[in-house]
Design a protein around this ligand. Structure first.
Ligand code: NAP
Ligand code: G3H
Length: 483
């Protein structure tokens, strides 16, 4: 049975199989983003403690890589069940720690359990195909190469605040499935969820040292961990700024980076406007737009601009707003004051430059009401910046060619949506867009988690998704038999 790790109000770290307190007795107070109450403390780990963790990770990996794929898969199946059974513990932590409503917290946890199971299934299937035993003849008939995939060693998993369970497990599960050990550095606001998650894997039977956590502020210990000699791979999700910093510090350490986005919803004149508006509103405002894959701008052909804006205005009125302690709401308070200030800055900059606010533009503390802005032009920050908040700019374009052009001018390249009934045009546009994924007649979204997921340009490096993550966190080793 999963044990709640709360003990004397201090959340201990799982380090080499022991739940430790901070060596220096230095803790970070984690406060509820909803009412400011203290929800716990996590150790602010010192460089010495980080060294200790990484030594353990190196040692533990040597044994872990010798375990069979079956053994690892069985632990993952167990972890998925333990996670599912304890969904309530996670939901209660998440509501306060990251301000997500109960329904969305629950769905994040359950989708993560599915992801872990899917990882176990996948690693088993891959075992029969490309992980071991793949062989080929080359050069002469006397030469046979046997290819085996090897783990890389110690994977540093760094996760963001917005999906603290899913975006930690999506790194941990594939990494350990192929025989790596993992050091998780969760987002500070989200670290209690991260610690709970690691506890799940521990209880499922992951051996000592194979998964450990490092807690502490990224701004203080981040540079030290990402450039540590014991790290063999960095799997990071977060902002583009921190992603860029990591690549500059992590000299030659391979990375996967999942970064920011400015996903466009491109609307053509023949689109089903009711469906389009529903998809755009849900894509833009769920969890207050604090999703990498939120729709962050609309590019609409001029012929249907006014009709679409009317529909968006009608549908935005159905977006629910409030404190998730009380009920399930689409729009909830943002993660912190700085984020709310930034969103308001983008709205004000757009207004100053001539944009029209049709709805919203109201703030109570860190809660910003869903805001719809039209007449957005390319000189406004709102046209280019990722707000990570509940504001949707609408940009009128002459035709779909101009939409492609503006979409591609963004520094980001995560996803885009195209709304049209004309499949030829949809495929043409999909082909031209510089993004990792194009959704046709659907909002932008990551799920299902079994799909490959990637960003191009400033939205990322590398590909995530179970099979791809396993491949990224391993390498082929060829042994040649010379007869
Ligand atoms: P963030 O500020 O970049 O933080 C992400 C993680 O990096 C946190 O764990 C943070 O720790 C850590 N960190 C901070 N400074 C660091 C450093 N110098 N070295 C190493 N790690 C460091 O991002 P966020 O605010 O949590 O998340 C929002 C951003 O993530 C948005 O831009 C969003 O688009 C992006 N995101 C992308 C995806 C995707 O799949 N493409 C998914 C989700 C989110 P602390 O919390 O201690 O600072
Ligand atoms: O923030 C990024 C998450 O990976 C978004 O996932 O689009 O399935 O909600 P989602």
């Amino acid at each position: 049975m999963f044990q709640n790790i709360k003990e004397n109000d201090k959340y201990k770290n799982l380090v080499n199989g022991k739940w430790i307190n901070s060596e220096n007795n230095e803790y970070i107070e984690i406060k509820s983003v909803l009412d400011g109450s203290t929800i716990g403390f996590v150790p602010a780990m010192s460089q010495k403690e980080v060294d200790f963790v990484l030594e353990n990770a190196k040692d533990a990996q040597k044994k872990w890589r010798e375990t069979s794929i079956d053994e690892r898969a069985n632990i993952l199946y167990k972890a998925a069940s333990i996670l599912e059974k304890n969904v309530g513990v996670f939901v209660e932590s998440m509501i306060h720690e990251i301000g997500k409503d109960r329904k969305s917290c629950k769905s994040e946890v359950l989708r993560t359990a599915d992801f872990i199971r899917y990882t176990a299934d996948t690693v088993r299937t891959l075992e029969n195909t490309c992980l071991t035993g793949d062989g080929f003849y080359g050069g002469s008939v006397k030469k046979t190469g046997i290819i085996k995939r090897e783990p890389l060693g110690v994977v540093l998993a760094i996760s963001p605040f917005n999906y603290p369970v899913n975006l930690s497990a999506s790194k941990i599960a594939p990494a350990i499935a192929i025989g790596n050990s993992v050091v998780l550095k969760p987002s500070t606001q989200g670290s209690i969820c991260g610690l709970h998650l690691v506890r799940v894997f521990e209880e499922a039977g992951v051996p000592t040292g194979v998964i450990q956590t490092v807690t502490g502020k990224g701004s203080e210990i981040g540079d030290y961990i990402v450039s540590h000699k014991n790290i063999d791979f960095i799997n990071f999700t977060g902002s583009t700024d921190i992603g860029k910093r990591i690549t500059s510090k992590a000299n030659m350490i391979p990375v996967i980076l999942e970064l920011g986005g400015k996903d466009a919803g491109i609307v053509l004149e023949d689109a089903d406007l009711d469906h389009t508006a529903s998809q755009i509103i849900s894509g833009a405002f769920s969890y207050s737009g604090q999703r990498c894959t939120a729709i962050k701008r609309v590019l609409v052909e001029e012929k249907v601009h006014d009709a679409l804006v009317d529909k968006l205005l009608e549908k935005i009125k159905t977006v629910t707003v409030g404190n998730p302690i009380n009920d399930n709401f689409d729009v909830v308070p943002l993660i912190n004051e700085k984020s709310a200030d930034f969103v308001m800055h983008l709205i004000n900059d757009a207004k100053d430059k001539g944009a029209t606010v049709l709805y919203g533009d109201k703030r109570e503390g860190n809660l910003i009401y869903p805001t719809l802005v039209k007449d957005v032009t390319l000189d406004m920050e709102l046209a280019w910046e990722e707000p990570f908040g509940p504001v949707l700019p609408v940009i009128k374009v002459k035709d779909y060619k101009e939409a492609i052009d503006i979409a591609n001018q963004s520094e980001y390249g995560l996803q885009s949506s195209v709304f049209t009934k004309d499949m030829d045009k949809a495929f043409y546009i999909a082909d031209k867009l510089e993004v990792g994924t194009v959704q046709i007649n659907n909002k932008t979204e990551r799920g299902p988690d079994s799909f490959p997921f990637l960003g191009v340009k400033a939205s990322g490096i590398g590909v995530q998704g179970v099979k791809y993550s396993i491949e990224a966190m391993s390498r082929p080793k060829i042994t040649v038999i010379n007869l």
